[in-house]
Design a protein around this ligand. Structure first.
Ligand code: DQA
Length: 146
């Protein structure tokens, strides 16, 4: 089983960026945690981060025929991007939306998620643990659908 983990804009600045919301651990810490967990679960993962909407669309399209699942934190593009929703619908790869914080309890402009309707689940407000939970959920989902 192979999972693509995609992170959107400004998540490369984890650790530096608004630590009161996002904590003090870095993006490299997140990748290390997920790679360790993937090894433990006997799957392969690829972690990508981009600040560019089109690059994230390209990554989703590129996963077609390669990834069994996508875990995505689209960051600010969650609230603006129809293109990311269309991309996950186009490739039909099971996708889980993850957020470090719970956007539904923050500013009103964060309450809309376009990608949500293309996702099999959403995990919010659990920090890095949310990505690990998403990985376990994706493994169970893929096993069930085979
Ligand atoms: C975020 C929440 C978004 O509203 C915000 O724009 C982010 C991070 C989160 O992980 O909590 O960049 O996706």
């Amino acid at each position: 089983m192979h999972i693509l983990v995609l992170n959107g804009p400004n998540l490369n600045l984890l650790g530096l960026r608004e630590p009161e919301h996002y904590g003090t651990q870095t993006y490299a810490d997140l990748v290390a945690l997920l790679e360790q967990e993937a090894k433990h679960c006997n799957i392969t993962i690829e972690c990508k981060q981009s600040n560019h909407e089109g690059t994230l669309v390209d990554e989703i399209q590129g996963a077609y025929g390669k990834a069994d699942g996508i875990i995505i934190n689209p960051a600010a593009y969650t609230h603006t991007s129809v293109a990311l929703l269309d991309a996950v619908k186009a490739v039909k790869i099971p996708t889980i939306e993850v957020h470090l914080t719970d956007p539904d309890t923050r500013e009103a402009f964060r309450h809309v998620s376009y990608i949500r309707q293309g996702c099999i689940a959403t995990i919010c407000g659990k920090g890095f643990a949310g990505y690990v939970e998403a990985m376990h959920l994706m493994i169970a989902y893929c096993k069930d659908s085979h």
